[in-house]
Write a protein that binds this ligand. Sequence first.
Ligand code: GLN
Length: 404
Amino acid sequence: MTAANDSTDHPDPIRDPLAEVVARHRQNTSGDVATYIPERATVDADGFGAALVSVHGKVHRAGDADRPFTIQSVSKPFVYAMAVSELGLEEVHRHVGVEPSGEPFNAISLDPDTGRPDNPLINAGAIVTSALVDGSTANERFERVRTFLSACAGRELDLDVEVFASESANGDRNRALAHLARSSGALRRSVDDATEVYFRQCSVIVTTEDLAVMGATLANSGVNPLTKRQVMSERAATITLSIMATCGMYDHSGEWMARVGLPAKSGVGGGIVAVQPAQFGIGVHSPRLDSWGNSVRGSAVLQSLSQDFDLHLFDHPNEPRSPIVSWETDGGVTVGVLRGEFDLISAEAVIELMLEAVAGGSRTIRLDVTGVTRSRTGARHLFQVISRHLEARDIDIVVEGNLD
Ligand code: GLN
C-alpha cells in the first residue's frame, strides 16, 4: 500500500495551495513594521500566516496561522456592522458616511458641510462609529464590542493591555480627530470616552484563523459558520462588505478592487481580512507594511490567490449559467425543469421560453422548481407578473415545488 492510500495523507486541495502561496511570498521582506506606538516596534516582523474558512465552516490554515496579533483597523468594519445591525443604516449614516475618502487612514476627512467623517474605515469614522455603540460607560461599551467581535470570531477574544496602554499614551492624533468630529456634531460622546473604546477595540488579540472566521461570517450573511449564530443582520453584512470593497484598503482601495477584486480590510498590526461573498473569508498576517499601511506579504498573498483561483468578484463566465435542466412540449403541455439559483437572468430565460411555448400552442405550462436552491425577489416578481398575465389568457401555470 502506498502512503496515498493512508486516510491521514490525502492532499488538502485548499490548504496546500494556500501554503504554497504563503511559501512563494515568504522571502519578500520589503516594507516596515508600524512604529507609531513603541509597543508595535517590538513585534516579530517575520510572522507570516494565512487561513481560509468557508461558509460551510471548514478551516484551512497555512504558515503561522495561529500567531496572535492585534486586530487594529480590521476591527472597524465589524464595529460598523454592529452599529448598523443595532441602529439601522439611516441612523448610523447621520454620523458617518459611506464614501471613499481617497486619503490615508488617519487623515482629517470630514465632510466640509456636515462635518461627518467620509466612511467608517478611516480613523475619524471608526471613532464616531464606536461611539454609537450603546452602554452607559466606556467599559460597558467596550465589553459589548469585545463580545460582538468574539461572536464574529466564534471564540472569546481578549484585550492586549500593553498595546492598549501604548495606543492611549500615543493617541493624540486620534484624539484630535475625535475633537474635530465632536465639534461638528458627528461624535456622540466625549473625546476621552470615544477614543478609549476605539483604542481598546484596536488592541483586541486575534489570529489569522479568527480573521478568516470573521470574514466568513460576513460572507455568510452575518451567520457565523462555526457557531451558526446570526451575529449581525443580513443587511449589516451586505453594507459592511460594500464599504470594505470601496474603502477597505484606504487610499489604495481602487487599485485593490481592480487587481484583487475582493472586499477587504487591513490593519497596522499586519492583518488583512478578505471576503468572497457567499463562499469564504480569508485572514492573512505579516507585520511589514507598505506606504498605505497595508501588509506587504498579506496583500501579495491575496493578489496571488485571486489570480490563481479566479476570485475576482467581477470575473464571470461569458455565458450566464442556465437554470433550465429540460424544457419539453408535448400535445399542448410544456414541462420545464429548473435548478440552482433563480435570478433575474434565469427569470428572463424562463419567461422567454414560456411565451414561446404559448405562441406555439401550449395551454399548460408545468414548472418543476424542486431543484431550485435559491430564488431572488426580483426574479420571482417577474415570474409572477408573466404568470398572472398568461393565466388571464386561460393558460394553466402549474408550479411544482416552492419558489419562495
Ligand atoms: N490603532 C491604529 C490607529 O488608530 C489603527 C490604524 C490602522 O490599523 N490602520 O492609528
